[in-house]
Ligand binder design. Structure first.
Ligand SMILES: Nc1nc2c(ncn2[C@@H]2O[C@H](COP(=O)(O)OP(=O)(O)OP(=O)(O)O)[C@@H](O)[C@H]2O)c(=O)[nH]1
Ligand SMILES: [Mg+2]
Length: 471
């Protein structure tokens, strides 16, 4: 499974902390030969004979680090001996003062000393290739670093601890057992012996299929946790959509004007409320547009609506053409049954008969209706708390130990469910064991793709390319 680029022929080095000014920064290296490189560039204070080769693992040393032009900085060197390190290789980490130029010089010294610059995610990739973590855990590290909400963070931590990995491993063991029985039958085909009755096999495959299906279903909530709730503000021109976007964000992001058709292209911004992240999209108002640019804007509005987890349908209650708006919201709900919807009845300050109409709307549309005067910020808190109820459900979910959050895992598991479904059909139609075993093997491979038991070079490249250099 090792590859030319991942072969530990050269030690690798990279800056592990963000570029910029800070109190401290870390430059790390890993692989065969890091102690020799460290000896070339580092001089321990008061111990001229000190050598990393003789020092113990988990030891810290204070000294001067120099490149070819002289002293770079006073640093602390942390030494890790294989296999007790993040990558399971020999590692040295230097903590220096956190200036961008200092850090660059330090890295330069390590490159001159015999390291090569690490590729993105290469430290984590080595940790995976050397068997310290599986692919799921490696991805969880990436998700944890990028988590922007408490719940996304908790889910990543759970995944990093290996709960999902263990669950998948149990499934693989079950599948392997059934495969082994079927393959034994092939060896004893002349005797026509069954090592596991077809009924028992059927029950086992069914059990695994329903367990995997549960995981597949958890993706809907899981991806909302990590990627945020895709929330689209839609409605007719001039309803006050851009005013609402600005009010939720707390700053003037979108242009607001009394001219209908102001917003042409959609605008996306993140908004975090009560631990949940919402990806807000303000869209062009929906109407029969005569002009080409607006027409394209409206096409994009519909496309965003079709990807939404939550639709905030906004209407101007002071001008509401009641039957038209009821028809529009019903149509949207019919077309997007999976998305949740909140109707925002805006401009209550202008509508004398507002309250009556809102009650009517609730009855006619059958979903949450929040009255609002967006321009004054009235109703904003009620809307936020209605949005948060969706978030609350999500925040409870992270306590459930296994949850699918990545599209890659979702697709692999869906393929596994399909293969198991094929296997069930073959069992029911009394097909020969080799055909059934073939489908079980396929399911086994799909599940194995997730943890990295079965994995291609291309897949690894795609996964680790998303990491930063130094991780
Ligand atoms: N009276 C009143 N006016 C509002 C309220 N909310 C927004 N408006 C006004 O309504 C007009 C349209 O607001 P926008 O936020 O631009 O509306 P929009 O839905 O984004 O419009 P398009 O981008 O054209 O689709 C502006 O003049 C706003 O000041 C409100 O609660 N009360
Ligand atoms: Mg607008």
């Amino acid at each position: 499974m090792t590859t030319p680029s991942a072969m530990p022929e050269f030690p690798i080095a990279a800056i592990a902390t963000p570029v910029g000014v800070g109190a401290l920064a870390i430059v790390r290296m890993s692989g065969n030969g890091v102690f020799e490189v460290a000896d070339r560039v580092f001089q321990k204070k008061g111990k001229p004979d000190f050598s990393f080769r003789d020092a113990e693992g988990f030891s810290a040393h204070f000294g001067i680090l120099s490149d070819s032009r002289g002293m770079v900085d006073e640093v602390i060197a942390l030494l890790f001996r294989a296999p007790s390190s993040f990558t399971m290789e020999d590692m040295v980490e230097f903590t220096c003062h956190g200036g961008p130029v200092v850090v660059r010089h330090l890295l330069q010294a390590l490159l001159e000393g015999g390291c090569r610059l690490a590729e993105p995610g290469e430290f984590t990739r080595r940790a995976f290739l050397n068997g310290r973590i599986d692919l799921l855990q490696a991805e969880a590290i990436g998700e944890m670093i990028h988590a922007r909400t408490e719940s996304a963070f908790r889910t990543a931590v759970t995944q990093m601890q290996g709960n999902l990995s263990r669950h998948l491993q149990e499934m693989r063991t079950g599948l392997l057992q059934s495969c082994a029985f079927l393959e034994l039958e092939l060896d004893f085909s002349e005797e026509g012996e069954e090592f596991q009755s077809r009924e028992a096999l059927r029950l086992e495959v069914q059990r695994l299929q329903s367990e995997i299906s549960c995981l597949v279903d958890s993706y809907r909530e899981g991806h909302l946790l990590t990627e945020g709730v895709a929330t689209v503000i839609a409605g007719r021109p001039n309803a006050g959509k851009s005013t609402l976007l600005n009010a939720l964000l707390g700053h003037e992001r979108a242009i607001v004007s009394h001219m209908p058709g102001t917003t042409r292209d959609y605008i996306e911004e993140c908004f975090i409320h009560e631990k949940t992240m919402f990806r807000l999209t303000d869209t062009a108002g929906l109407r029969a547009a005569s002009e080409e640019v607006e027409h394209e804007g409206i096409r994009r509005s519909y496309s965003k609506i079709s990807e939404a987890d939550l639709i905030l349908y906004m209407l101007d209650i002071s001008a509401v053409s009641f039957t038209d708006e009821v028809a529009s919201t019903r149509e949207l709900r019919k077309r997007h049954p999976d998305a949740r919807m909140i109707v925002v009845a805006n401009k209550t300050d202008l509508a004398a008969s507002g309250v009556g109409t809102i009650e009517q709307l609730k009855l006619e549309i059958g979903c949450a209706v929040v009255p609002m005067a967006a321009a004054k910020g009235e109703g904003l808190e009620e809307l936020k708390s209605t949005m948060a109820t969706m978030g609350e459900g999500l925040n409870k979910l992270h306590e459930a130990s296994v949850l699918i959050t990545s599209l890659r895992h979702y697709e692999a598991l869906r393929n596994a469910v399909d293969s198991l479904q094929n296997a069930l059909q073959l069992i029911d139609s009394a097909q020969p064991p080799e055909l059934i075993a073939f489908e079980l093997r396929a399911a086994l491979d799909y599940v194995g793709e997730i943890t990295g038991k079965v994995v291609s070079e291309e897949l690894l490249n795609t996964i680790f390319a998303q990491f930063c250099i130094g991780k």
